[in-house]
Design a protein around this ligand. Sequence first.
Ligand code: ADQ
Length: 410
Amino acid sequence: MAVKVLAIVLAGGEGKRLMPLTADRAKPGVPFGGIYRMIDFVLSNLANGGYLKMVVLTQYKSHSLDRHISKTWRMSTLLGNYVTPVPAQQRLGPRWFAGSADAIYQSLNLINDESPDYVIVFGADHIYRMDPKQMVNDHIASGASVTVAGIRQPKSMSDQFGVIDVAEDGKRIKAFREKPKEVDGLPDAPDEIYASMGNYIFTTRALCEAVTKDAQDPDSKHDMGGNIIPMLVERGEANVYDFRDNLVPGSSDRDRGYWRDVGTLDSFYEAHMDLIATEPIFNLYNHDWPIFTNYGSWPPAKFVHGFDDRQGRSIESMISPGVVVSGALVERSVISPNVRVNSWAHVEGSVLMEGVKVGRRAVIRNAILDKNVIVPEGAQIGVDLDRDRKLYTVSDNGVVVIGKGQKVEL
Ligand code: ADQ
């Protein structure tokens, strides 16, 4: 008999380090790559892998995320498939989720209703392609209670990840520390650590027991990475799955193994720049493993009024439908639907979200402009960073970020 698998997507992350982009939306609901939202990547991975029963646990400012899920991820229910957003405030009792493990504890009824053999628990705020079926098969073959996806990351980032110490057999997790400041590097790569991707496969009974036990512990933070995984590691029941073993159809040598935790403004910006390279570091054009989304009915993008060889055009950029570039130059940028760039404006190395309007002769450099920002004629963004720091958010690496509804000064 086929194994029954339920997927739970943790989508409650607040994303404080992405402010102002997360001022009024959850991190998994932040637009990415012109036409997507971050959550589309994990949901597409699950759908392409054939896992079509998905529960999305939301919490923080989930309105636009809920709207996106119900608009984009409405699937035929004929075969019992679904993508259901479950808001925290509608579960047991009046309290909000304390942490990701509590989110699952409060949703145990959904697991009981489905009675799966295995539960996939994936995060919602990473940019990557992964075939979850290969990881599920690895988990089933090993007989572990939980399998954690692991990837090598720079040692300097240890305080952002769960750090995995693997036993000699290369599979069993000997020790797991959540976001440690001090760590040793790997024996064969002293500058690297083995990090948890925040993606887990659980045998159902082990998951239910672990979150129920954790719920009774008053000292627990009720966190998957901080509490549940260490509990199962201590019992010797946790294995690792190396992300390098995951082969996604259609991926090239260049983008195999690509995974980005876009938790900061700089990593969010850099992941966009990865999309537009001539030979993209992350290839959205792999049609064997499509990333699904829904962005409404816009007409094709249009480029008009080329006055000289600098204007009315766009190069090394991704331009979404509904965009009009009129007598302006757009370079190395990711432009969302319904953006308008007017004459003699110059947009360079930037991410413009839906509905942004760029006035004549404006200059926008190394910037992220959230939805519907209006750039007045002649305004300059990313040209004088000292001035920008007084008016807007400027990231560590000097990316200027202008939030929704924020006024751009002349
Ligand atoms: P973090 O991402 O820092 O580390 P967390 O903030 O708990 O951990 O977020 C994990 C996922 O759960 C995210 O997708 C987030 O949106 C979601 N989430 C958080 N709280 C939630 C709640 N109360 N309800 C529903 N969803 C919630 C985690 C692991 C690390 C691992 C990194 C990899 O804890 O061990 O290395 O992910 O990025």
